[in-house]
Write a protein that binds this ligand. Structure first.
Ligand SMILES: [Zn+2]
Length: 442
């Protein structure tokens, strides 16, 4: 059984698949996710190759729940014949008074307005919302007004008296699964698999430390997700679904991520409890180009002597935000010779990072203060020995300089002991679902 529904809005721009391999990418992963997100607001890529389509949606894992029927908004109305009910969509400038006049039931409105709850709701009608009216020879018999996705006003008449109450619909969670194979682009594959852009973005985010979705995705790459979607009154809610488990196969490598919530913190881990996150993001700044690579034997551009270049220079406009690549504590903040305005952050495990030639520091930072991964710490400039605005970035492991572009980044802290046991218990059914041959076969 396939649950189908219209996506909320059309896809706006597709990122084409690169079909030739690239050695490595230096574009920061977190920015890539953002770029992909933003690019959804662009223009649709027109080319589709239906003949190549191999994407499929698998049956939902929980099948007891009937599929949503968007036509049925009020389950209570099911027994009624459609002709008994008038459905009025509130137009801009509409008032309850105008609507009741239109259906010649103004006297009913006067009575309904004696009830505080209905008076309050009907004074604040919103364009696009629907009012369902059931009429008889005495006037209004019954009314529903959809206040929000999960809230409705219900007015009924008993003898000559009206009564009103607010119905709060229960939010129902449905566990669904989808698989896709990429032909043209990830977003097109997601659309074919019947999943929302938001779920695709979640998946991109989850795997962003391992996969560069702008550069590494190939035709034939496959994904598989298990996710929760939310419904009220049979209709899907705007609130986006949430991925519980995901698997992505690219270049013969398979990555698995399983959701785990602990102490109100949500994280994704592989089956062994290792975080999907790295302790560092690769790049501290959104740059235009690399103006100088890590090079132990470089000729210094100003001093013209052989001097090791112990970091990477990222050319970027003055004022561009510089982010701490990992969580840690500020070890140094201030001016230091050729570095100009510089920040050194000390991280756990013997790591430290350095950010030089800054135009200014982020306000409120001082020595000893904790910073988080991705937190803004300063702005690109050309203080110290710099020929133009750029960020000089160094990465040290136990005091030794490493190439920031290629150094193997450590994983964020894995789950241990009791947490790991609890995690393994929780993910067992998800792993079984992910491993189903029917899901994996596509
Ligand atoms: Zn440099």
């Amino acid at each position: 059984m396939i649950y189908t529904r219209d996506l909320k809005k059309p896809l706006t721009r597709e990122i084409p698949i690169r079909r030739t391999p690239r050695k490595h990418s230096i574009w920061p992963l977190y920015i890539v996710s953002l770029v992909i997100g933003i690019s959804l607001l662009g223009v649709v890529l027109a080319k589709t190759h239906d003949s190549l389509s191999r994407t499929s949606v698998k049956a939902p894992i929980i099948t007891e729940i009937p599929p949503p029927d968007p036509a049925v908004h009020h389950s209570e109305l099911e027994a009624q014949t459609a002709s008994d009910w008038i459905e009025h969509t509130v137009k801009s400038g509409d008032s309850a008074s105008a609507i009741f006049d239109q259906y010649q039931i103004h006297s009913s409105l006067l009575k309904i307005n004696n009830i505080p709850v209905s008076k309050k709701v009907l004074q604040n009608l919103y364009p696009g919302q629907k009012i369902s009216l059931k009429l008889d020879w005495k006037g209004l018999e019954e009314l529903y007004y959809q206040i929000s996705e999960t809230k409705r006003l219900h007015v009924t008449r008993d003898a000559e008296e009206y009564s009103a109450n607010i119905i709060q619909d229960a939010i129902e969670t449905r566990r669904l699964a989808a698989t896709g194979t990429i032909d043209n682009s990830l977003f097109l594959a997601g659309k074919k698999a019947g999943i929302s852009d938001s779920l695709i973005m979640q998946m991109v985010e989850i795997f962003s430390y391992d996969i560069d979705f702008a550069l590494d995705i190939r035709q034939g790459d496959q994904f598989e997700i298990i996710y929760d979607e939310y419904f009220a009154n049979g209709a899907p809610l705007k609130k986006s679904g949430s991925i519980l488990a995901a698997r992505f196969t690219t270049k013969n490598k398979t990555f698995t991520a399983l959701k785990y919530e602990h102490n109100n913190k949500i994280g994704y881990f592989d089956a062994k409890g290792r975080s999907n996150k790295k302790a560092f993001i690769r790049t501290p700044v959104r740059f235009s180009r690399i103006s100088s690579h890590f090079n132990p034997k470089r000729k210094h551009p100003i001093l013209h002597t052989i001097r090791a270049h112990k970091g990477v220079d990222y050319a970027a406009p003055k004022g561009t935000t510089v982010k701490s690549t990992g969580s840690g504590k500020i070890q140094f903040i201030g001016r230091k010779g050729g570095y100009g305005k510089v920040i050194i952050v000390k991280h756990a495990g013997g790591y430290s990072t350095l950010y030089a030639h800054l135009s200014k520091f982020k306000k409120g930072l001082k020595r000893g203060k904790s910073v988080k991964q991705g937190q803004a710490i300063g702005y690109v400039g050309s203080t110290g020995s710099a020929t133009g605005p750029h960020l000089h970035y160094e990465f040290r492991v136990n005091g030794k300089h490493k190439n920031p572009l290629t150094v193997k980044l450590p994983n964020a802290s894995p789950l241990r002991n009791q947490q790991l046991r609890e995690f393994k218990e929780k993910i067992r059914p998800l792993l079984v679902q992910l491993s189903q041959p029917s899901l994996a076969a596509n």
